[in-house]
Design a protein around this ligand. Structure first.
Ligand code: NAP
Length: 347
């Protein structure tokens, strides 16, 4: 069966396992993975992982393999930012893989060990013995919580940005840069991320121009110097007002905020690195301390200031790569296993 339609909607491509086909039919959209539903009103675990991105899924695998009863709760799509990354080329073992495909592989792997509750938002958390977590569907009583809630890229919020996202607009030069080799792009931002990524693009053979809204970079001098050493063009005091293009990015409308002069600038890509917002609402509700940058404060073992509450992945700050998030998830799960056997807070 090459394609299946229901009510004129494409719900399946090729052969699918029966349960995936039924789910696609129920939701009237193509599903790739079947996650068993649960009616349980109360679930007791040793570890509840909040967030189903690479760090949360990896933590689930490690936790259950070490003998803990663990579950993952995810309010949105599994995989976090990876699910919307067109192509991943820097995850070891895969020279080039679609972000959604990689997520499906990770989720299938995790499901062999850990129960996943998807589409459930955490509404309330109370620290105690046990810790109580209330979601939109049920209650969890758990000995420990891993906050793997991720971070989202800040958006410019200009016309054309969301429509052309993945079609020339990108928030990840490491992921998408190679697609622009020999082409012209702009990098927006003046912090360490924007400058690091502009240099990264330049070294990949991309013709990059940095666009910054002020006349001074926020980035470290060491990085800033490399821009001039490599003759990377910078448009100072410049803001993007619109990103234009029919199918893909073609040009941007820019304005110099000192002279108020506007002009258009032809480009194949717009890379945006203007900072991140870590998802720390739940952490703050619990009283978990955050850094000056707004990320969860943690020690080298991913412990937060609250015994029994841990963090992993992008919500901790740092490099924000799939491989580092997965590594942090694995480390956190191993710490939690050790701490539950021998609680450091009792020593
Ligand atoms: P950041 O340091 O907060 O810098 C954000 C940049 O984007 C700033 O230059 C800011 O301009 C600009 N910006 C913010 N909103 C904007 C908007 N709406 N339109 C246009 N420009 C806008 O963020 P980051 O560079 O992602 O860095 C985050 C953290 O990670 C920092 O602590 C950084 O040091 C760290 N980091 C370190 C390295 C490294 O050491 N190699 C690499 C990457 C990240 P203004 O300057 O005018 O505010």
């Amino acid at each position: 069966m090459p394609q299946a339609f229901a009510n004129d909607v494409l719900i399946g491509q090729g052969a699918q396992p029966e349960e995936v086909f039924i789910l696609s039919l129920k939701k009237l959209e193509t599903q790739t993975i079947f996650i068993p539903d649960s009616d349980a009103e109360l679930v007791e675990t040793d570890l509840l992982i909040i967030g189903g991105g690479p760090s949360g899924l990896t933590a689930g695998i490690y936790a259950v393999r070490s003998g803990l009863r663990a579950a993952v709760v995810e309010r949105e799509a599994l995989g976090g930012q990876v699910a919307t990354t067109p192509i991943v080329e820097n995850y070891p073992g895969f020279t080039s893989v679609g972000g959604k495909t990689l997520v499906d592989i990770m989720v299938s792997h995790a499901l062999q060990y850990v129960q996943i509750f998807q589409g459930e938002a955490v509404m309330d958390l109370q620290v105690g013995k046990p810790i109580t977590v209330v979601t939109t569907r049920r209650k969890f009583l758990t000995k420990s919580v891993l906050l793997a809630t991720g971070a989202t890229h800040l958006h410019l919020n200009v016309p054309g940005e969301s429509r052309l996202s993945g079609r020339g607009v990108s928030y990840c030069s490491t992921c998408d840069g190679p697609l622009f080799k020999g082409k012209k792009v702009v990098m927006v931002g003046g912090g360490n991320s924007a400058v690091t990524e502009a240099l990264h693009l330049f070294h990949m053979g991309v013709d990059v121009t940095l666009i910054h809204r002020r006349d001074k970079l926020r980035a470290q001098d060491f990085l800033a110097k490399q821009l001039s050493d490599n003759n990377i063009a910078v448009l100072w005091d410049t803001e993007i007002k619109e990103i234009r293009g029919k199918e893909r990015v073609e040009e941007i409308l820019i304005v110099n905020n000192k002279t108020n002069e506007s002009s258009t600038f032809e480009t194949n890509g717009v890379f945006i690195a203007i900072g991140y917002t870590p998802a720390v609402e739940l952490a703050q509700k619990l009283g978990v301390e955050v850094t000056a940058d707004g990320y969860i404060k943690h020690d080298g073992k991913h412990r937060t200031n609250i015994p029994g509450v841990y963090s992993a992945g992008d919500v901790e700050g740092g490099y924000k790569q799939i491989v580092t998030a997965s590594g942090q998830g694995a480390e956190a799960a191993m710490t939690i296993f050790e701490d539950l056997i021998n609680p450091y807070w009792l020593n």
